[in-house]
Design a binder for this molecule. Structure first.
Ligand SMILES: CCCCCCCC/C=C\C=C\CC(=O)SCCNC(=O)CCNC(=O)[C@H](O)C(C)(C)COP(=O)(O)OP(=O)(O)OC[C@H]1O[C@@H](n2cnc3c(N)ncnc32)[C@H](O)[C@@H]1OP(=O)(O)O
Length: 280
C-alpha cells in the first residue's frame, strides 16, 4: 500500500513559523494514505498530548493542510496507548503572562473554528483518556470511535475553572442540553461504555487498529457523495453554533482571561497541579 508520511511543515512552514515558537512539527505527524485519500493525524506530544501553544499551532496547520489538499478524510488519534489528550496545558493557564494567555486562548479558538467548521470529513479514534480540551477535540470531529477502558469528559468543575462557551456548545450539540448540564456541572468523566450510552461517542472498540478501521468505514461512506455538497451541508448544519461563537469571541476571551487570572481560579489550578504531582 502506498503511504506518504508528510512533514506537514514542508508546505505550511510559513504559517507555523509565524504561529509558533516551538520547534517545527514536533508534536504530531500527518500521514496520507494515497490510495484512499484519507490522512491520519497522530498526536505525539509525550506524556499526555497536553495542548501547549505550539501543539495548538501544529494542529491548526494540520487541519489547514487537510482542507488545502482536499483530503477525503482526516482521522485524529494518539501515538500514546493510554492518553488521547489531557486537554489544555495546565502550565499555560497557571500564573500566566497576560499577553501570552490572551494569545493562547485566541489560538485555541482559531483551531477549534478551523476544525469544527472544516469541510473535510473528520473522525476521532480515541485510544486513551480524553479530558476537557481533549474531549473538545474529539467532539469537534464528526464521528468518534473510542477504545474501551478509558475515560472521556470535561472535568473543569473539578479543576476549578468554568466551562467555556465553546466547550459547552460542542457538548450540547452531541449529547443534548440535559445530559450536558448533568455532566458539565460536576465535571463528570465517562467510561468508554458510559460515553457510548449517552451518545458522546459513536462506537466502542477493543483496540486502536479496530478503531481506525471503523473510522475509515465512516469516512468511506462519503465516497459516492459530492465533496462540495457535503462540505457545504456540514457548514450549514454547524453554522448556528459557529456564528454565535464568532460573534462573541473577543468578549469571551477577555472574560476568560479575567476569570483565569483571578486568585480563586489560580489557587484551584495550583491545587490541581499539586494533586497530579502527588499522585505518584
Ligand atoms: C472562548 C475562549 C476560548 C476558550 C478558552 C477556554 C479556556 C477555559 C479555561 C480553562 C479550560 C480548561 C480546559 C482544560 O482542558 S484544563 C485541562 C484539564 N485536564 C486535566 O485535568 C487532565 C489532568 N491529567 C490527568 O488526569 C492524567 O494526567 C491523565 C490524562 C488521565 C493521564 O494519567 P497518567 O497516564 O497517569 O499520567 P500522569 O497523570 O502521571 O501525567 C503525566 C505527566 O503529565 C502531566 N500532565 C497531565 N495532564 C496535564 C495537563 N493537562 N497539562 C499539563 N501537564 C499535564 C502530569 O502533571 C505529569 O507530569 P510529571 O510527569 O511532570 O509529574
Amino acid at each position: 500500500m502506498a503511504f506518504r508520511t508528510k512533514n506537514l511543515f514542508e508546505k505550511t512552514t510559513k504559517l507555523v513559523r509565524s504561529y509558533s515558537s516551538d520547534k517545527i512539527y514536533t508534536h504530531m505527524s500527518l500521514t496520507l494514505n494515497e490510495q484512499t485519500g484519507i490522512a491520519t493525524l497522530e498526536l505525539a506530544k509525550p506524556p499526555v498530548n497536553s495542548m501547549s501553544f505550539g501543539f495548538l499551532s501544529q494542529l491548526a496547520a494540520a487541519v489547514q493542510q487537510s482542507e488545502a489538499d482536499k483530503y477525503k478524510g482526516l482521522i485524529i488519534t494518539s501515538r500514546s496507548s493510554g492518553v488521547f489528550s489531557a486537554g489544555l496545558d495546565l502550565k499555560e493557564l497557571h500564573h500566566p503572562d497576560s499577553d501570552r494567555i490572551l494569545n493562547y486562548l485566541r489560538r485555541l479558538q482559531d483551531v477549534w473554528f478551523q476544525l469544527y467548521d472544516c469541510s473535510t470529513p473528520t473522525a476521532a479514534v480515541i485510544n486513551g483518556h480524553s479530558i476537557a480540551g481533549g474531549c473538545l477535540l474529539a467532539l469537534s470531529c464528526e464521528y468518534r470511535v473510542m477504545v474501551n477502558s478509558f475515560k472521556i469528559g470535561m472535568n473543569e468543575a473539578l479543576v476549578g475553572v468554568p466551562v467555556s462557551p465553546m466547550f459547552i456548545a460542542c457538548m450540547q450539540s452531541v449529547i443534548g442540553q440535559w445530559e450536558a448540564e448533568k455532566a458539565l456541572l460536576v465535571g463528570r468523566l465517562f467510561t468508554s461504555e458510559e460515553a457510548l450510552g449517552v451518545g458522546l461517542v459513536d462506537e466502542v472498540v477493543g483496540g486502536k487498529s479496530e478503531g481506525v478501521c471503523k473510522a475509515e468505514g465512516y469516512l468511506a461512506g462519503f465516497r459516492e457523495v459530492s465533496a462540495r455538497a457535503r462540505g457545504l451541508s456540514k457548514r450549514y448544519l454547524r453554522q448556528e453554533v459557529v456564528r454565535d461563537l464568532v460573534r462573541r469571541r473577543e468578549e469571551d476571551v477577555k472574560k476568560l482571561v479575567e476569570i483565569i487570572s483571578s486568585r480563586g481560579v489560580q489557587d484551584s489550578l495550583g491545587e490541581h497541579l499539586e494533586r497530579m504531582k502527588n499522585k505518584k
